[in-house]
Design a binder for this molecule. Structure first.
Ligand code: TTP
Ligand code: MN
Ligand code: MN
Ligand code: MN
Length: 395
């Protein structure tokens, strides 16, 4: 089939969006080892160096054979994105089954603390390094530092009303915008144990169905796709990502406008959404200010599904992304990931096609002509790319 043909043919190409990358690759242990080097550079704020390792991991993920001394000489030395230094690391792995620097870093207190801090939603490398610098090491240190409220379910961060309701019912109204990231971290810390429990596929589907059932009450006939890691075939997800639109190209845009806030408020009133971490156009959360952000309306929420609806009463992160009809398929692609696949999709569009791709649309650069793709496949066609199944976009 097409997928296995892509695996055998396209593994040496420069762009992640022209390669097929399975969830688990034949050289997974090497990928994990190199990824430690990527992560440590990222956590230390060394962006260019981090990207080199990230690209190395991505190209390894698409390589279909076991890397041994023979395939190393035959193929690996010719792969793009692998400089001399990284090749030495790979060679070291082939010889010893591990990379010494990766082992040292993984065992270091600094790497462990920074990694741990940044698992808390809203904490990026900069905050993690600051917390380490003032002496924090463990999650318990962080809980003390942020003074996490004991009863989080009666503590509501309501970004819709810009207020915080504390467990004893005290309302802090007019919370300043620059205080919000700190409050989101408090909440993320308090529900951290729930968020650490991954979401099985069946529960992702149930949450999606509940969201769409409730949305139907506000706006009939919307369409949706579950995106993110789920769509790339992950058996367990860290959150649920849903792209929503309306199929009518003429009237759909007006129907979608403002619907994100409306749905979030509705789900909040129904008790499904317990906390809102971010609502687009509202406050620009530090953690979200990345090169990958788009202009779509979105709500990053905390969601609880009651057991009678098939839930486990756990706090789950649910991201709702609203696209106007003409941007539906680009949004589906953009939010399906992976991050590296998207990065190279944008690069390919720009460098190879003179076009601009992001989740909010596909345009020609010289005259800003907007394309309106009717399917996901059509986006690939317009960009002159071979179809890559979502389960093969794990670069
Ligand atoms: P995430 O939900 O953060 O990641 P994921 O779904 O790939 O994996 P997980 O199981 O951990 O949730 O993001 C969903 C997709 O949205 C991601 O694959 C690519 C896109 N995205 C960006 O392009 N830029 C970003 O900054 C983020 C957060 C996501
Ligand atoms: Mn990364
Ligand atoms: Mn996700
Ligand atoms: Mn997400």
């Amino acid at each position: 089939d097409t997928t296995s043909r892509q695996i055998t043919r396209n593994w040496g190409t420069r762009y992640a969006c022209t390669r097929a990358s399975p969830l688990v690759c034949p050289n997974q242990a090497l990928a994990i080892e190199l990824n430690i080097l990527h992560r440590s550079r990222e956590l230390e704020g060394k962006a260019a160096n981090a990207l080199s390792y990230e690209r190395a991991v991505a190209i390894i993920k698409s390589y279909p054979k076991i890397i041994d001394s023979e395939t190393f000489e035959e193929d690996i030395v010719k792969l793009p994105h692998l400089g001399k230094k990284i090749l030495t690391k790979i060679e070291e792995f082939v010889e010893n089954g591990h990379i010494k620097e990766s082992r040292t870093i993984a065992a270091s207190e600094r790497f462990q603390s920074l990694s741990l801090f940044s698992t808390v939603y809203g904490v990026g490398p900069v905050t993690a390094r600051n917390l380490y610098a003032i002496g924090l090491r463990k999650i318990e240190d962080m809980e003390r530092y942020y003074d996490v409220p004991p009863d989080i379910d009666s503590t509501y961060l309501n970004v819709l009303e810009l207020e915080l309701v504390t467990p004893n019912g005290k309302r802090i109204i007019g919370l300043s915008k620059n205080k919000l990231p700190e409050v989101s971290i408090k909440i993320a810390l308090a529900i951290r144990k729930d968020l650490d429990i991954k979401i099985p596929r069946a529960e992702v589907q149930t949450i999606h169905d509940v969201v769409m059932r409730e949305l139907e009450k506000l706006q009939v006939g919307c369409i949706s796709t579950i995106v993110g890691g789920y769509r790339r075939g992950k058996l367990e997800s860290n959150d649920v990502d849903i792209v929503i639109s309306h199929p009518d190209l003429k009237t759909g845009a007006a129907k979608i406008k403002g619907l994100c806030t409306q749905l979030t408020k509705h789900l909040y009133k129904q008790g499904y959404v317990t906390h809102v971490m971010h609502l687009s156009g509202f406050h620009e959360h530090n953690a979200l200010r990345t090169e990958h952000w788009d202009s779509l309306e979105k709500a990053l929420t905390v969601f609880v599904l009651p057991p009678k609806e098939g839930g486990r009463k756990l706090h789950r992160r649910v991201d709702l992304i609203f696209a106007p009809p003409e941007a539906y398929w680009t949004a589906v692609i953009g939010w399906s990931g992976s991050k590296m696949f998207q990065r190279d999709l944008r690069l390919w569009a720009k460098v190879e096609r003179g076009m601009k791709f992001d989740s909010s649309g596909l345009t020609r650069r010289h005259d800003s002509k907007l394309f309106i793709p009717r399917s996901e496949k059509e986006v690939f066609d317009i960009l002159g790319l071979e179809w890559i199944d979502p389960r093969m976009r794990n670069a």
